[in-house]
Design a protein around this ligand. Sequence first.
Ligand code: HEM
Length: 455
Amino acid sequence: MRATPPGPKGAPVIGNTRRFARDPFSFMSACRDAYGDVAQFSLADDPAYLLTNPADVERVLVSEERKYRKPLFDDDLKDLLGNGLLLSEGEFWRRERRRTQPAFDMRRIGGLAGMMTDHAEDTLAEWNDGRTIPIDTEMARLTVKIIVDAMFGVSFEDEAVERMQANLEPLGRHFEPDILRALLPEWVPTQEHREYQAAIETLEGLIEDVLAERRGTAEDPSVDPSSTDAESDRPMDLLSILLRAQSEHGDVDDELLRDELMTMLLAGHDTTALALTYTWYLLAHNPDVEARLHREFDDVLGGRVPTTADVRELSYTEHVLKEAMRLYPPVYSLFRETRTDVRLGGYRIPKGSVLMLPQWAIHRDPRWYENPLDFDPDRWAPDRAAKRPNYAYFPFGGGPRHCIGKRFSLLEATLILGTIGQDYRLELTSEEPISLQGSLTMHPEEPIEAVVRER
Ligand code: HEM
């Protein structure tokens, strides 16, 4: 057993926080290159470990997952997501995961394709040749509408979507690594903190509106035409499931209802919107890939709106999306905390340590990806992909806590790409490479603007 893992030297008290806050992405890659599979550094005054070997990722997420938990995130994240599925732990988490799973059943999800493409077509109805759009905002607008329709069985009016989008920015800003926040006690009131609390209240207001509309309708089959619960004909959207649990079993109180809806609203739209945004960005920079994608759309769809059955035939599209999420994983690192002393990469890591499992650095590691910075969807051809270790790619996490929305978002992203990409190309207004901002997810620092061009 070796001693402490190597790592960058930090300043007193703030440790490596300044470097991390300035550019977490370069920091993660630099640690991988300089120190190897396990690097130790300090965030604020706490030791953290960066794991960049897929075999260790597999251990933490899958084969030895019982030794790890999600870290006790700061109170601010708890204020936002509470005890929803993303943050809860133990038996409570297991019960809720089991309860909510039917809303993500593939037979049900497959039945939502028409709703998804309808929303995509509504977006297109507002576009025309030559119009300039912010790709990231447009994609988020579209995925918000889809998630509330799919999971809550309601439609958001444009006004509600705008109210929500206006409040996502202060939310995101709050979770950007920030040297000042690392040092200030949480009770020190700042302008930024007040904006954060106000944003949470606005989102809670939207959720209350949804609940006011939906209470008393959890048995109404017209709420969710894709219901799979054929015997009782009861709607199987997430909110109907939770509302029935509340009235029938009494083990879902109003607070949990709020937490689950907030979690799904945020986790269920921002990530997919980012995956699509980065895909459009990469396509605009890679005309050969774009041309092949168009050929696939023409061959498989021939001008039709895509369906769930078509998605199975759109194999190049699948590789394009996969490759975009390799280079730009919307979730750029996972975090875990050790429940006991553990051994990883030949080192003993003490109980209570924070671990980072960075998709960003592992997805770009030349050990697993030849010319790792190239956008090359063909690297996902089965014979090439099979040569890579498991967990050299994990945009949706892994093990029992893997993303519950994975298949939903892959279907959604493919249908949106197909619906839009058949008719339009997005031409970037700037040649500059994008800058990225790490928050809960990985965002472009500035809006990505593009001119809509008819194909
Ligand atoms: C491209 C799109 C998406 C990406 C990249 C993504 C990524 C992830 C990742 C990496 C995790 C694991 C977090 C961890 O282990 O700490 C996760 C969990 C989760 N995701 Fe997603 N996600 C996406 C779409 C969605 C969608 C569409 C939904 C909801 C409809 C969703 C809901 C959730 C929830 C509730 C969890 C927590 C699951 C649990 O712990 O049981 N995600 N996601």
